[in-house]
Design a protein around this ligand. Structure first.
Ligand SMILES: *[C@@H]1O[C@H](CO)[C@@H](O)[C@H](O)[C@H]1NC(C)=O
Ligand SMILES: *[C@@H]1O[C@H](CO)[C@@H](O)[C@H](O)[C@H]1NC(C)=O
Ligand SMILES: *[C@@H]1O[C@H](CO)[C@@H](O)[C@H](O)[C@H]1NC(C)=O
Ligand SMILES: *[C@@H]1O[C@H](CO)[C@@H](O)[C@H](O)[C@H]1NC(C)=O
Ligand SMILES: *[C@@H]1O[C@H](CO)[C@@H](O)[C@H](O)[C@H]1NC(C)=O
Ligand SMILES: *[C@@H]1O[C@H](CO)[C@@H](O)[C@H](O)[C@H]1NC(C)=O
Ligand SMILES: *[C@@H]1O[C@H](CO)[C@@H](O)[C@H](O)[C@H]1NC(C)=O
Ligand SMILES: *[C@@H]1O[C@H](CO)[C@@H](O)[C@H](O)[C@H]1NC(C)=O
Ligand SMILES: *[C@@H]1O[C@H](CO)[C@@H](O)[C@H](O)[C@H]1NC(C)=O
Ligand SMILES: *[C@@H]1O[C@H](CO)[C@@H](O)[C@H](O)[C@H]1NC(C)=O
Ligand SMILES: *[C@@H]1O[C@H](CO)[C@@H](O)[C@H](O)[C@H]1NC(C)=O
Length: 857
């Protein structure tokens, strides 16, 4: 309840914000663009912020899900069509979505299954997940396990298992290595397939064919080994031959012999890095003279060699004479700007408090999506306030946009409308349907239409005939399923593909409904399709017709017909209202039985009139006229506001009696005036009239009105009503927020600093705060390095005490509409009144909700 009030207050506080917010195309920096509350997206080629016109269909959200994985989580995920490669995604009907499980798909071809996901192969009928051999149920699926180990189909037991003997390895094997890779002491057999190693030996000694192959192998090996010495540097004896070896690597003539040219043989009189580099490009100088390989920073032992490591990463020479990798903490404390830290090590360092630099953390980056954060720094995802944050375990991730890759693997954001915890959804560690522990089909369908339940967790759907009867028998990969007992009076349940209702054998309407929502029972042999009420022959069938409207069984005539309100004997309106008779009629109650809702004047008895609801609302019986009339506020004799409104929503209280809610100016008493007008908060003036409040000053004679408008106004103990200032609002409400004036056309910008909330001139805001703190009215202009307003036709108000902040602007005309009463003739005032009422009705509803909440708490 309290939260609800806050929401309403929030809404009132911000409802005036129209048209001042920067448009996408006015945002000039990527950071502001990413931060925008509108659907803006940054085009990094054009360096422009654009409105994202594509409407977010569920389809594209799913596509987005798969597009967001970084390459190492989900190889080749871009473009989405390659989402099939062993990732958290699957491709079906041209769309890429989170992987659910293979059995949801009917494919007879391995290649077709693989096109859905590389995690799937076929079992001849449908796809199945590649797993361990023992998990395959058919011979056709019994091929390889997830680690590419081969499986064996044991015909005797009709089971798939790992091969135990060489003969059980595939007949297609023809190389020893293939056999050995599966079972180490197997070798290939002449007939194809594999054999025990020992048998091969006994064959090779006796058989001519195999001994010839052995000799052949020996000769080739010898010829290969015959002249290797000629190919190496050390084999050259003349300086003129000493150039390169057979592989093309350089040789070096030194001390009358030819040697491989490597850094370490460079003469000791090589003393500079330049000479070493000229010797071989990857050599660096060393302390004692000579050269060594460029490697990590740590290998360098002179200042000169300590420049960059072999990959070009910067090194630094330390005070105590060692070479280490350059890192942000080595920056001198005289550095005090991000720019200087960035030039210390590009894209890595940011300024540290107190001077110097530190490593850039996720929290230092701006980004509005997982991808934008991850691409800036791996291990980062989107965080609060358009900043990036470190990734966490899926279960600890509270932001939908960050629910992508957790520390513990892929995540998925799922709504569970059947649970009250986190109604806006929750982040789950996700691998397939089976990751989610829900026990009804309806719940699991929230994960994917390809999921159902097995009674304890979600599972991918499969063929109806293979589907469990613990709640999973709803739809299969072969269509709709129906659950039934095997036969009449049998208790064993099975799941079947749904053809007609008659394939289920139940004698109760509810049981047939459970089997399929389009079925009822005939009461004799089993279920039948829903039909017209009049077609049902037994009382048990006579429940609902094919349009799901109620039927009624007439016991006397023993016939079934469409039901009417008066068939039901409920004594409250609520009960009768739940009865579904047909499209147009709804039922209410006269206190004894139900009847069709109609207008008050058609209710001819006092009993009906006083109990039944009418199309106009509530009725009341007039003893005087002996007829039923629409109940008016004046018919209520309540002593306070709460009772007036509770009895009739259209009534407020004027101090003595209930009256209709009206525009402020029509209220005649202060009590009524202070309840709220249809057009907003009202105030009572000294002269004794009620008006719509359009400034705080105007409520200086009406403390109650001032306090009612506490989102904008502050009641001073000195007895005046003043516009809230940053600090007074902060003291009263505990939050530092920008304050908008009465018509929402200007605002005071407030900023919290060390526990105080103060006015700031938005022009003085820095790049980081400009857009956010100005409530999205200003943006950072990188060319001028200034915080500038986007829509300058509306100037923000100065921090003055004046209340007439934008009286000079013309557009009070249609937005508030209450400014003057002179513009309309009195003759047509009734018409304008209704116009005013309708334009301000949404405003009223907001306030009315607030009011009701406050009154009834
Ligand atoms: C992912 O891989 C594709 C293709 O290999 C490449 O074009 C793309 O830039 C990579 N994306 C990231 C974020 O590394
Ligand atoms: C199958 O059973 C037959 C006869 O019982 C037996 O000879 C054969 O070895 C069995 N095959 C396997 C693979 O167990
Ligand atoms: C080490 O190798 C890198 C990359 O090739 C090069 O930029 C650097 O200058 C080399 N180091 C030295 C001291 O020559
Ligand atoms: C089913 O059981 C009911 C009562 O238990 C019995 O009257 C009926 O004949 C049985 N039907 C069949 C088909 O066995
Ligand atoms: C019931 O029938 C309607 C209309 O033929 C169909 O759209 C709906 O899917 C069916 N529902 C079930 C549960 O079979
Ligand atoms: C605010 O007031 C000062 C002086 O009172 C004036 O110089 C300034 O222009 C005003 N700013 C705006 C935005 O009206
Ligand atoms: C606003 O008015 C109050 C009282 O009249 C005064 O004390 C205060 O200084 C004023 N504030 C500004 C910013 O002018
Ligand atoms: C008021 O609006 C009229 C036309 O709509 C325009 O000509 C005039 O300049 C406006 N006045 C002000 C003060 O904005
Ligand atoms: C007031 O509204 C009317 C109708 O919407 C429009 O024609 C007129 O120009 C407006 N006047 C001003 C001053 O904005
Ligand atoms: C209404 O019009 C009359 C005469 O035309 C004028 O004297 C009076 O000040 C106007 N009132 C308002 C609120 O504009
Ligand atoms: C007021 O009413 C008179 C006659 O009823 C009409 O001529 C006149 O135009 C109206 N004035 C306005 C401002 O609507």
């Amino acid at each position: 309840m309290k939260i609800f009030i806050l929401l309403v207050l929030f809404y009132i506080g911000y409802s005036g914000n129209n048209g001042q917010e920067c448009y996408c195309n006015q945002l000039l920096t990527e950071a502001d663009c990413l931060m925008s509350q509108l659907q803006c997206s940054w085009n990094s080629f054009k360096q422009q912020c654009k409105y994202e016109t594509t409407i977010y269909q569920p389809q594209s959200i799913i596509r987005e899900y798969c597009n967001q994985f970084s390459n190492d989580t989900c190889n080749k995920l871009k473009p989405c069509e390659s989402c099939v490669s062993n990732g958290p995604c699957q491709l079906r009907y041209g769309s890429c979505s989170h992987f659910t499980g293979c059995t949801a798909f009917v494919e007879k071809d391995n290649s077709k299954c693989q096109q859905i996901s590389e995690r799937c192969i076929t079992d001849g009928v449908q796809c199945v997940e590649i797993g361990i051999c023992d998990s395959y149920k058919t011979e056709i699926a019994c091929q390889q396990d997830m680690n590419h180990k081969w499986c064996f189909w044991d015909k005797n037991t009709s089971k798939c298992r790992y091969p135990e003997k060489c003969e059980e390895l595939p007949k297609t094997f023809y190389q020893d290595s293939q056999c050995k890779s599966q079972i180490s002491d197997c070798e290939s057999s002449q007939q194809g397939g594999c054999q025990d190693q020992t048998i091969i030996y006994s064959v090779s000694t006796t058989s001519n064919t195999s001994s010839t192959t052995t000799t052949q192998t020996t000769t080739t090996t010898t010829s290969y080994n015959a002249s290797p010495s000629l190919n190496q540097c050390k084999d050259f004896t003349l300086e003129s031959e000493c150039i390169k070896n057979l592989e093309g690597s350089p040789c070096y003539w030194n001390e009358n012999s030819c040697k491989d040219k490597v850094c370490s043989i460079a003469p000791k009189n090589f003393k500079t890095n330049k000479i070493c580099q000229n010797f071989l490009s990857f050599c660096i100088t060393m302390k004692e003279g000579g050269c060594m390989n460029n490697g990590t920073c740590q290998v360098a032992n002179t200042l000169e060699a300590c420049a960059k490591d072999i990959f070009g990463v910067d090194c630094v020479w330390t005070a105590n004479g060692g070479c280490i990798y350059k890192n942000c903490s080595l920056a001198p404390t005289t550095i005090t700007s991000n720019q200087d830290c960035d030039s210390f090590i590009k894209d890595v360092c940011v300024v540290k408090e107190g001077g110097g630099c530190r490593n850039k953390e996720c929290e230092d980056l701006y980004g509005s999506s997982h991808v934008s954060c991850w691409t800036q720094k791996s291990g980062c995802t989107v965080g609060l306030n358009s900043k990036c944050a470190k990734i966490k375990n899926c279960e600890d991730t509270t932001l939908k946009g960050a629910c992508m890759e957790g520390l513990n693997g892929p995540c998925l954001w799922i709504f569970n409308q059947f649970s009250n915890e986190q109604p806006q959804g929750k982040c789950y560690s996700y691998n397939s349907c089976q990751s989610i522990q829900w026990n009804t089909d309806q719940q699991c369908k929230q994960v994917s239409p390809f999921c159902t339940t097995d009674g304890t967790k979600c599972i991918p759907i499969t063929q109806c005939s293979e589907t469990n009867t613990n709640g999973g028998c709803v739809n299969g990969n072969d269509g709709q399923c129906i659950q039934t007992v095997m036969a009449l009076n049998n208790t064993q349940t099975v799941c079947k593909k749904f053809d007609t209702c008659s394939s289920a054998y139940y004698l109760k309407h509810e049981e047939c409904q459970n089997a399929n929502k389009n079925c009822t029972t005939n009461g004799l042999t089993g279920c039948i399709s829903l039909f017209d009420c009049s077609a049902y022959k037994t009382k048990e069938s006579c429940k609902i017709n094919s349009e799901k409207y109620s039927c009624f069984w007439n016991e006397i005539q023993q016939i079934c017909r469409d039901s009417i309100c008066s068939d039901y004997n409920f004594n409250t309106h609520q009960q009768c209202n739940l009865v579904v008779i047909n499209v147009k009629d709804k039922c209410t109650s006269d206190g004894e039985q139900c009847l069709v809702i109609s207008s008050c004047t058609t209710y001819k008895s006092k009993l009906v009139c006083n109990n039944a609801q009418a199309t106009e609302g509530t009725c009341i019986w007039s003893e005087l006229e002996s007829q039923c009339k629409v109940k008016q506020c004046s018919d209520i004799s309540a002593q306070n506001l709460a009772n007036c409104s509770l009895e009739l929503g259209s009534c407020t209280f004027d101090g003595t009696k209930c009256i209709q809610w009206q525009l402020c100016s029509n209220y005649q008493t202060k009590v009524a005036c202070n309840t709220m007008g249809l057009d907003g908060i009202c105030f009572w003036s000294k002269s004794g009239s009620c008006s719509l409040m359009t400034s705080c000053k105007s409520a200086t004679d009406d403390e109650q009105a001032c306090r009612q408008a506490n989102q904008k106004c502050n009641w001073l103990s000195s007895g005046s009503c003043e516009d809230h200032q940053c600090d007074s609002y902060y003291k009263q409400h505990g939050t530092c927020t920008n304050l908008q004036n009465w018509n929402g056309q200007s605002q005071i910008i407030c900023q919290e600093k060390s526990g105080n909330c103060n006015y700031v001139d938005p022009m003085t805001l820095n790049q980081k705060d400009c857009y956010k703190v100005s409530n999205y009215w200003y943006t950072w202009n990188p060319t001028t390095s200034k915080c500038a307003i986007c829509n300058p036709q509306i100037k923000p108000s100065n921090n003055t005490n004046g209340t007439n902040t934008s009286k000079n602007s013309n557009n009070t005309n249609s937005t508030t509409g209450n400014d003057n009463t002179n513009s309309t003739n009195s003759t047509d005032s009734s018409e304008t009144l209704t116009n005013q009422e309708s334009t301000s009705s949404s405003f009223f509803i907001t306030y009315f909700m607030l009011f009701i909440l406050i009154v009834f708490i």
